[in-house]
Design a protein around this ligand. Structure first.
Ligand code: NAP
Length: 348
């Protein structure tokens, strides 16, 4: 039977997921798609032709409020759906404001699949309320389609003891550091990452390390540590104040960091090590920042925009468990969401 889904967010990830749903045919039935302006809701399932229309409408930058229900009306229609049947609510927004509707879905027995990290990195109490039912999945929040969260959960469920998780969780910062490693000045590497579309519109967002900190917190909380975001120590790759500058000015202000970054790289090189931007999580806490990594470590192997996560556990001690691959991109993220949707669909 087709799994009914409601998709919050119709940006690059939401659209990739809706396209996947179209290509899957009968396996998934999309009951609603919402964006920040409103949404299209059809309790019997949005017909394929209408869904294609919605996607091309969004591609043109239009708001769903103009072709479907506006704002509050769309959210109310979704609330009505929740009591009518059971399905999976997908959060593909980047919003902090979805916790309420996600909790409402869980209360009605729905499953929830997240690409959006924000509901998981608010107050611990929200995290606890969201996760107690066991019907919330969030594979896509760390490493997109890579099986990071499911692997960690499987280690924990089978009684393994996790000593440490170290991960390259930002493809953008991985790319930047590799560029510096091959001799490109840091400020130029940032420009190159922007040109390839790897960064957020303002690259200060990537350099702040905050997104990596959110992922580190999600891993730490999955381990059972009741930490808040402020407990994750973050070493940003540029002074936070620079983030307030317009992009061009910001890029000029990065010039003095070229020498600094080169020096750190050389320092590491003299010790026979390489520099990586890591999230490190252990039962003692979580931190995010530059780390000098031994050449022998699997972490030194990451050369570009891929993610690489190393689990050191009681069972995987001498030879740690390594997961690597593309950790971002709409198709990979949609694949992570689909994995959660299918698993939840079987359980519901
Ligand atoms: N892109 C990736 O590679 C990747 C990988 C892993 C995880 N993620 C996460 O996936 C999420 C989506 O990423 P994205 O790249 O698709 O972002 P995006 O292109 O900015 O899309 C976000 C969508 O959410 C909608 N939205 C915002 N607030 C909403 C609300 N309260 N209710 C319903 N819809 C709302 C936006 O509406 P409008 O269209 O009206 O603005 C937009 O359609 C983010 O949290 C991101 O961190 C992304």
């Amino acid at each position: 039977m087709a799994i009914p889904i409601v998709v919050l967010g119709c940006g690059t990830v939401g659209r990739a997921l809706a396209s996947e749903a179209l290509s899957l045919g009968d396996e998934v039935r999309v009951l609603a798609v919402l964006d920040s302006s409103g949404g299209v809701v059809d309790p019997s399932g949005i017909p394929a032709g209408r869904l294609r229309e919605i996607l091309s409408f969004k591609e043109k930058g239009e708001g769903l409020g103009a072709t479907g229900l506006a704002g509050e009306e769309a959210r109310e229609a979704v609330h009505c759906l929740l009591s009518e049947e059971r399905g999976v609510m997908v959060d593909a927004t980047a919003s902090e404001g979805t916790v309420g509707i996600l909790l409402a879905a869980l209360d009605q027995g729905w499953g929830v699949a997240l690409a959006n990290k924000r509901p998981l990195v608010g107050p611990w109490e929200d995290y606890r309320r969201l996760t107690t039912s066991g019907r919330l999945r969030y594979e896509a929040t760390v490493g997109a389609g890579l099986p990071v969260i499911s692997s960690l959960n499987s280690l924990l469920a089978t009684g393994d003891e996790v000593y440490r998780i170290r991960g390259i969780l930002s493809g953008t910062l991985g790319f930047l550091l590799h560029q510096v490693e091959v001799g490109v000045p840091f400020s130029q590497a940032v420009r190159a990452a922007m040109a390839r579309g790897y960064t957020e519109p303002h690259p200060a967002e990537d350099l702040s390390g905050e997104d990596v900190a959110r992922k580190a917190l999600i891993l730490a909380r999955t381990l059972g540590l009741p930490l808040e975001l402020r407990d994750v120590a973050v070493e940003p790759l540029c002074p936070p104040k620079l983030g307030e500058l317009p992009v061009e000015e910001f890029l000029r202000e990065l010039l003095p960091l070229d020498v600094k970054m080169q020096r750190r790289l050389e320092q590491a090189g003299r010790k026979g090590k390489v520099l990586r931007y890591l999230a490190e999580v252990s039962p003692e806490g979580a931190r995010v920042g530059l780390v000098e990594v031994e050449w022998e470590s699997p972490l030194s192997r990451a050369r570009g925009p891929e993610n690489l996560i190393v689990f050191e556990t009681r069972r995987f001690r001498e030879h740690p468990l390594v997961i690597s691959g593309p950790g971002a991109g709409p198709a990979s993220t949609a694949a992570g969401l689909l994995a959660d949707i299918v698993r939840l669909g079987k359980e519901l």
